[in-house]
Design a protein around this ligand. Structure first.
Ligand SMILES: *[C@@H]1O[C@H](CO)[C@@H](O)[C@H](O)[C@H]1NC(C)=O
Ligand SMILES: *[C@@H]1O[C@H](CO)[C@@H](O)[C@H](O)[C@H]1NC(C)=O
Length: 405
């Protein structure tokens, strides 16, 4: 992929302020990426739900996603929306992130002939939203599947849960783009939801042909609306809405996340080290502050209640002294320093072209006249961006402090 192709996606919301390069020629529209960086693990058995709840930072049905979907009878399978969650160390450091998908309740599924069960008919033994799921599929970091399986199996003890790598059968996908919120399946109108299976076609037949009864569909990304849609689909199908010409290299998705300051997986979020709240996990709906105990909860609760988080993961742009973007100039691990004092402000942890993400001290990074540079390469200036999705309270206190100072 050429830098130009990358730049097509960059059209930043604050282009005028940030880019001295000319605006992109065309909006590439909505893109879909098959995520080779992610694998699929299945948790199955009567105690799968309870098991995951006792370990992870979030509930299977995250509070933020509740109410975003209302399954309608006779529509094709409407699975509950996925939840984003993490497994932490007992000390509260990040280990793995997981997108958890529960299968559609049986009462919502179509049978092989493509007809839904009678409304009101709830055959015994069928699970519903509040019932325990007998199966959960998790979208996880592909580079960590081995160790992730071993970790969960260590915690399994006498729980009746089977844990398997099912990456041969399933793939993870993401659909995103500047206008995806307006072109994607609406979460408000049941009519529009059917777009996922082809508008104006025989939906029942189409669903059956896709091997429905499983509820494969796109869901709003449980982290942020601006990230678009995510889904797990059978490995031998192309998901609905993915037109061949719009299937893009996965680096486009990485760039999209970098621009929004959202890290994913155990490389970008250093395993065993990262403090989840500094990686903005509370804002990404990965943590339930209401749920019962889980591993590492003590540190999360303590950090949360103490209030101000002084370091956070932020999007970065690497430029020269004239503000021109510098491609391939910075490697992950580079230190970000104050250009005048040489004081360390943070560390770059992901870089792609002229963009990156880094964990920075907010007070210095957001200071009006801060001039940041890369240590040992002070010709590279660093612009730290505050993402639009950040809640105001994350920076209010710090901004007041630096205004007074
Ligand atoms: C998981 O399954 C995929 C597909 O079969 C395979 O390529 C991969 O090596 C497996 N990973 C582990 C850790 O078993
Ligand atoms: C920032 O720099 C400008 C000009 O370089 C100066 O006029 C202004 O007072 C500075 N602001 C702060 C808060 O230091």
């Amino acid at each position: 992929m050429t830098p130009l192709a990358l730049r097509l996606l960059l059209a930043p919301r604050r282009a005028g302020a940030l880019l001295h390069t000319s605006p992109p020629a065309a909006d590439p529209g909505v893109l879909a990426c098959r995520l080779a960086s992610r694998a699929v693990v299945r948790f199955a058995g009567p105690e799968a739900g309870r098991f995951l709840r006792s370990l992870l930072t979030n509930d299977l049905l995250s509070s933020s996603s509740q109410g975003r979907y209302s399954p309608t009878p006779n529509a094709p399978a409407r699975a509950p929306p996925p939840a984003y969650a993490a497994l932490l160390t007992p000390q509260g450091r990040f280990l793995y992130d997981l997108f958890l998908y529960r299968p559609a309740p049986r009462s919502q599924m179509l049978d092989r002939t493509g007809s839904a069960p009678q409304t009101g008919e709830r055959p015994k033994g069928n699970q519903d939203e509040d019932e325990e799921p007998g199966e959960v599929l998790a979208d996880v970091d592909a580079a960590e599947v081995d160790e992730l399986l071993a970790s969960f199996k260590r915690y399994r003890l006498r729980n009746k849960v089977e844990i398997d790598n099912v990456s041969k059968d399933f793939l993870c996908w993401q659909r995103f783009g500047r206008n995806v919120e307006h072109t994607g399946p609406s979460t408000q109108e049941p009519e529009a939801q059917s777009i996922g299976w082809g508008q104006g076609v025989d939906r029942a037949a189409e669903s059956a042909a896709q091997g429905n009864g499983h509820g494969w569909e796109w869901f709003k990304d449980p982290r942020l609306d601006c990230l678009g849609y995510r889904g797990i689909f059978p490995a031998d199908t192309i998901p609905p809405l993915v037109e061949s010409e719009k299937e893009a290299d996965e680096r486009h998705y990485l760039l999209w996340r970098i621009e929004n300051g959202v890290a994913e997986g155990s490389t970008e979020i250093p395993k065993g080290e990262a403090i989840p709240l500094e990686y903005n996990f509370a804002g990404l709906n990965a943590i339930s502050f209401e749920k019962g105990c889980y591993i590492g909860q003590e540190l999360i609760a303590r950090t949360h209640h103490r209030g101000v988080i002084r370091k956070r993961l932020m999007p970065l742009i690497f430029v020269d002294e004239n503000g021109q973007e510098l491609e391939q100039a910075v490697a992950p691990g580079s230190e970000v320093v104050d250009k005048e004092s040489g004081k360390k402000i943070g560390t770059v942890n992901t870089a792609l072209g002229s963009r990156g993400m880094g964990l920075l001290r907010l007070e210095e990074a957001l200071k009006q006249n801060s001039s940041l540079a890369i240590k040992d390469n002070r010709d590279v200036r660093v612009k730290a961006i505050k993402p639009d999705w950040w809640p105001a309270e994350w920076t209010q206190v710090l901004e007041q402090q630096s205004a007074v100072a």
